[in-house]
Write a protein that binds this ligand. Structure first.
Ligand code: COA
Length: 339
């Protein structure tokens, strides 16, 4: 037999051996997957069972505490404290178990499991979300810059608005997945992205005319500013994410670790003036549009619709940002300053 063929046959034999090993590993993997799935079902069942029992227990304790002597009252208080701790322990467990999707995710993705099963993959997904936001924001910034300074062409404006619609819709999907995986994003920020998608959609359909041209530059300047603020926001939020990860734990330590606290407050103090300026720009946009809607030659319904969207965005953003700040100040004052 020729030397070349002998060599090929040897290679094939070694490849076959490797393939056998791969088959064994894959079989073990499938077995483990089955085991994992059984354990997941068992845990989910036990959690709902425990919740039911806890509910009954709370009722019993309430009933009993009315008739207890002073000596028993202490035992009851201890019991109440223990009962209070359990729901959050259940939620922590559930963060690593498959969940049913909410209505929105069900409509968009169907009934697919979006729960990430390890802390690393949850972090990686959040990190990717922040990066996605940053890259798209830079692209939008460049686009609005070109539209504002160089090219005044309705078709290019339409592409910018189309990009905005797509961007905000994608954000709402990603944020719903993040929430399923335990993120504490406030409902308003998600609603904010739904409204922004709607607003960009309305801008997309606004026909080219005198009123469109009057508002165009103000809108583009606003887009430029918003993209700039979003870059700062992404920097702040990625910073929080990396620092909390470096601390090894998230959510329950973030309020007590002093180093993190001081970084967060520095970041917030820098970011907040820009954010509030952006909120008042939204109010300014809405007032300009309402004034425009009163003009006798205003026929386009888009003027009033966009004005309303900007007003809702202003109110929601302002109120939520103030509420977030109040909550942070309150937690800072409540918690001890060092660990
Ligand atoms: N969009 C998406 N996610 C947000 C968010 C936003 N605007 N604000 C906060 N989050 C997320 C955080 O990343 C965090 O997620 P995690 O639980 O997965 O870690 C969670 O919500 C809780 O964050 P919280 O501690 O409440 O706030 P923060 O310190 O991360 O950010 C602000 C506080 C005020 C800086 C932030 O809410 C913000 O930028 N708001 C203003 C947005 C705005 O007005 N945009 C328009 C500008 S013109």
């Amino acid at each position: 037999m020729a030397q070349g063929i002998t060599h090929i046959l040897e290679e094939w034999r070694s490849l076959e051996e490797e393939y056998q090993q791969l088959q064994d590993t894959h079989r073990t993997y499938l077995q483990k997957l089955d085991e994992v799935s059984t354990l997941q079902k068992k845990c989910s069942f036990s959690i709902s069972h425990q919740r039911k029992r806890l509910h009954e227990m709370t009722h019993l304790v309430k009933k009993c505490s009315k008739e207890t002597s002073e000596a028993d009252a202490r035992t009851m208080d201890e019991l109440k404290e223990k009962i209070k701790m359990l729901p959050s322990a259940f939620s922590d467990m559930e963060a690593f178990l498959p969940k049913k999707n909410g209505l929105y995710l069900n409509l968009v993705l169907g009934n697919v499991n979006v729960t990430l099963l390890s802390k690393q993959s949850k972090f990686a997904y959040k990190d990717e979300y922040e990066k996605f936001k940053l890259y798209l924001t830079v692209l939008l910034l460049l686009f609005s810059f070109i539209c504002y300074f160089f090219v005044s062409y309705r078709f290019l404006d339409a592409i910018l608005n189309f990009l905005l619609v797509w961007y905000y819709c994608t954000l709402t999907i990603r944020e719903s997945i993040l929430i399923t995986n335990g993120s504490r994003i406030k409902g308003w920020w998600v609603v904010h992205h739904y409204i922004s998608a709607f607003l960009s959609g309305v801008m997309l359909t606004w026909p080219d005319g005198k009123l469109y041209k009057t508002f165009r530059n103000q809108f583009l300047a606003y887009c430029l500013y918003q993209s700039f603020v979003q870059c700062l926001q992404c920097y702040y939020q990625s910073g929080c994410l990396y620092r909390l990860r470096a601390l090894g734990e998230r959510h329950n330590m973030d309020l007590t670790v002093e180093g993190f606290q001081s970084w967060m407050w520095k970041g917030l103090t820098f970011l907040l003036p820009f954010l509030f300026f952006g909120h008042f720009w939204q109010l300014f946009n809405s007032l300009s549009l309402f004034r425009m809607a009163q003009l006798p030659d205003c026929k386009e319904g888009q003027v009033l619709l966009c004005g309303l969207c900007f007003l809702i965005l202003f109110m929601g953003n302002f109120v939520t940002t103030v509420a977030v700040l109040r909550q942070k100040v309150k937690s800072r004052n409540q918690k001890p300053k060092s660990v």
